[in-house]
Design a protein around this ligand. Structure first.
Ligand SMILES: [Fe+2]
Length: 411
């Protein structure tokens, strides 16, 4: 007689998953206040009191109960370990691996959140690269920047990566320029989810916040001063300085308030080894898609004057690298076209290198036109950028979702 092991007669039960306390699990942002890093998480447990504390330190920060997206600033230099307590019980513990040293690695990718195999493959690749932080160049989720889409197409995809590493994000058109509160009451998720430095200028132009006024009022109350200030900001990381600029169509990139802030911000970073800019719309690119959106060119003069090394963008869903270039005599043409003299320096380093790293997951744009300033294009595979900073040396690689190296250069 066939003997059956006791295992075979046990009923098959679904795995007993512990109920999660989190609608969005904790992730790491720069935080609004200077210094340290922020732990951010989203819950709907209004009756719970959450405490976030660094493990083996005296530091303790209580998250602010009225906001269901909680931010707790830990004034600790990473790496550090932290835990979250709910009503006195530890419910979460993680170690932040990010190191803000002159030697560090970061990953750049844009336009990811469309739940594609490419997006998921790049999430795995990014984790395997063990970066100190990831910069997202905008259009985090399609189509309308909604909380519900972040919870399906963004946070779960990068779960392992986000547990341990800082993430930084720039606003794209699908984050802050395509939404409407009547059609999407949970739109403009950029503002509650991204907790980034509040050191940008307060501008007269901002997203339109179209649609249902009562939803809009509730949104404004919940995000407080982050709207609209969160759209432009800057930060230092090790020996590098980053400036993030909102290039959406509602913005006026010729606004003296914005240009003054940018000039001062870049001038103050003169002593840093590296200056980087993150801006969703690429000032210079040679993709046929979005070729007529050139508004970011109004800032090129400031980039070159203040010795910005690399500008990282997305928006066109491909990879592109320019030769170092200068842009002179800008003048307005039709619509968002900005004409002028583009002076590439293929053999030298006279000018700014413009990288488009927008092949982070969404449907690819693979048609290009020949342009003398373009050094390399790739629009047939999803890809990300990985940058190794070692003092005054920068090593750049563009890697495809399958692991193939698409491009590499050293500055
Ligand atoms: Fe875009």
């Amino acid at each position: 007689m066939l003997r059956r092991s006791f295992l075979t007669v046990l009923p098959i039960l679904p795995a007993a998953a512990a109920p999660s306390r989190f609608l969005v699990e904790p992730y790491i942002n720069l935080g609004e206040a200077p210094g340290g890093l922020s732990v951010v998480f989203h819950t709907d447990l209004t009756a719970s009191a959450f405490t976030v504390r660094g493990v083996r330190t005296e530091v303790m920060t209580i998250a602010n109960p009225p906001h269901l997206v909680h931010e707790a600033k830990l004034p600790l230099e990473p790496p550090f370990e932290f835990e979250i307590q709910e009503n006195g019980q530890t419910v979460y513990r993680a170690r932040v691996k990010t190191r803000r040293a002159p030697r560090h690695r970061f990953v750049v990718l844009g336009d990811p959140g469309q739940s594609t195999n490419g997006q998921r493959a790049l999430a795995e690749l990014a984790k395997s690269l063990d970066p100190d932080f990831v910069f997202f160049g905008g259009d985090m989720v399609y189509e309308y920047g909604r909380v519900s889409d972040y919870r399906r197409k963004f946070f779960p995809v990068y779960r392992e990566l986000f547990r341990e590493r800082l993430i930084v994000g720039a606003p794209g058109n699908h984050d802050t320029d395509e939404s409407d509160f009547s059609a999407h009451p949970d739109a403009y998720a950029f503002f509650p989810y991204w907790r980034q430095p509040g050191n940008g200028p307060l501008l007269d132009t901002h997203p339109s916040l179209k649609g249902n006024p009562s939803v809009r009022d509730a949104f404004l109350q919940s995000v407080g001063g982050r709207f609209p200030r969160a759209l432009n900001f800057s930060f230092d990381f090790g020996n590098t300085h980053w400036t993030i600029v909102d290039s959406n169509k509602y913005a006026n990139l010729r606004d003296p308030k914005l240009q003054d802030w940018l000039a001062k911000d870049l001038a103050a970073a003169r002593q840093m080894d590296w200056r980087f800019v993150g801006i969703h719309h690429p000032p210079f690119h040679s993709a046929r898609k979005h070729a007529d959106e050139q508004q970011s060119r109004w800032l090129a003069g400031l980039f070159q004057e203040h010795n910005v090394d690399v500008v990282f963008s997305g928006h066109t869903h491909n990879y592109q690298r320019s030769h170092p270039l200068r842009f002179l005599n800008p003048r307005q043409d039709k619509g968002q076209l900005v004409k002028g003299n583009i002076l590439p320096d293929p053999q030298g380093r006279n000018g700014v290198v413009y990288i488009v790293s927008g092949a982070g997951g969404a449907g690819l744009h693979s048609n290009f036109f020949p342009a003398p300033f373009t050094a390399r294009t790739e629009g047939r595979v999803h890809s990300l950028s990985v940058v190794d900073i070692d003092g005054r040396t920068l090593k750049f690689r563009q890697i495809g979702a399958g692991g193939r190296e698409i491009d590499a250069f050293t500055l």
